[in-house]
Design a protein around this ligand. Structure first.
Ligand code: FNR
Length: 398
């Protein structure tokens, strides 16, 4: 095998098979269902369901099923000896087509929380998006990332000074973009968490970015360490602002120099408004089915949003990405890149930073092999002509 081939992400599988010849098995299951079950054994039922659950089960299932509505149509006898998995995003070339999605309050999954994810992301060469409601401060996570790429996700607080402060800190700590999540103006009706009466923030978990913020601290009578209950009370008052509209976006736009991406966009009209508002990108997402059960599968929203945007700003996608083929399909439908959510959290639960790295490298390997076997030498080549709808094979005729 040539040296170059040894370096391709798909070669990850050779390591596993060579290990098998010596009687070794991968320490973590490769099938994500099995990985999730292993994670479940390691987690409290409350923590497991906080991650696995949604606003109900309907949209979560629809997110996964939507990928089956599109099928790749492989092409033969093309030269795929070299593959380019890179994507251009916000004026930069990323060597990988996915980022780790912002997932809050990771201390419920692993004691090293977002610091472990940072190490895992760095080792895999995958950019990380840090949540506002992280268990470690954005500066601590940045230190663990070193020079590895990162973005900051903003839950747009009901306090402009706090929003500006969080974004300034992110900019100072080397985060390269702000992802403003629009779909969480309040917590959804989440039956699993309600049955467990479990909301980790109320136990002062996931508040590290607030308790380390000078604006947040200045609004408290005593330091957060001295009165966690008052801290949680203030946090719940400032966390979100249900009254916010598109008109408010201009103010936010003015308070940072970083590119802004709007996460949770599902309607093409909202995508057009994002362009008009000066956003640099949208993330087509239904928050992994955690907000509106019964909402459109995120993948079904992707094509119309990409068309509405028509290349003017970046289009990212999440909610249901589980395999290399899923990534190929999302890109063929118009995504510039995708975000990986729950799967890396299962890796974190099982093996901390190493688990995150493994999950990321496996997805990368799957993308690489799926791309090659589909007959393309670069993700940039993919468009709708590589897809056929599930039940209609007219696309295959002629
Ligand atoms: C999330 N997500 C999320 N999104 C966000 O903008 N800020 C956040 O703090 C969180 N927190 C969070 C916690 C947990 C436990 C989950 C599972 C998800 C949503 C996340 O970024 C992404 O949109 C979804 O995870 C995508 O769905 P799948 O692919 O994970 O099912």
């Amino acid at each position: 095998m040539s040296g170059r081939r040894d370096e391709s992400p798909g070669n990850y599988q050779t390591r596993i098979y060579l290990g098998g010849a010596k009687g070794e098995r991968p320490s973590l299951p490769v099938r994500l269902e099995a990985l999730e079950q292993l994670a479940r054994q390691r987690l409290s039922p409350e923590a497991y369901w906080y991650v696995a659950g949604g606003a109900g089960e309907g949209t979560m299932a629809a997110n996964l099923a939507a990928f089956d509505d599109y099928r790749l149509v492989p092409r033969m006898l093309t030269d795929v000896s070299r593959r380019d998995l890179g994507r251009s995003l916000l004026g930069r070339r990323l060597s990988v087509p996915f980022l780790l999605a912002p997932v809050g309050v990771q201390e419920i999954v692993h004691p090293e929380a977002e610091v472990a994810v940072a190490r895992g992301a760095k080792a895999a060469g995958v950019p990380m998006i840090l949540s506002t409601v992280a268990s470690r401060s954005l500066e601590e996570v940045a230190a663990a990332l070193g020079d590895a790429p990162r973005w900051f996700q903003l839950y747009w607080p009901n306090d402009d000074a706090l929003a500006a402060s969080l974004m300034q800190r992110a900019e100072a700590a080397g985060y390269e973009a702000i992802v403003v999540t629009l779909d969480t103006k309040m917590m959804a009706w989440r039956e699993r968490d309600l049955d467990n009466a479990y909301l980790p923030f109320l136990s002062a978990k996931g508040l590290a970015n607030y308790t380390s913020d000078p604006v947040f601290r200045a609004a408290l009578d005593v330091p957060p360490e001295a009165d966690p209950r008052a801290t949680v009370r203030h946090w719940s008052n400032v966390f979100a602002a249900p009254g916010r509209t598109w008109a408010d976006l201009e103010r936010l736009r003015r308070s940072t120099r970083l590119p802004i991406l709007l996460k949770g966009v599902l309607h093409p009209d909202d995508a057009r408004r994002a362009v008009e508002a000066g956003a640099e990108g949208v993330v087509v997402s239904n928050h992994g089915g955690r907000q509106v059960d019964g909402s459109i599968a995120a993948l079904h929203a992707l094509g119309p949003v990409a068309e509405a945007v028509s290349g003017r700003i970046a289009v990212l996608f999440d909610s249901g990405v589980r395999s290399g083929a899923d990534v190929l399909k999302a890109i063929a439908l118009g995504a510039d890149a995708v975000l990986l959510g729950r799967p890396y959290v299962w890796g974190l639960a099982c093996e901390g930073a190493d688990g995150v790295t493994e999950v990321a490298l496996r997805l990368l390997a799957d993308i690489d092999l799926s791309l090659a076997l589909t007959g393309a030498d670069a993700l940039d080549r993919l468009d709708r002509t590589w897809l056929a709808p599930r039940f209609v094979n007219s696309a295959l005729q002629n």
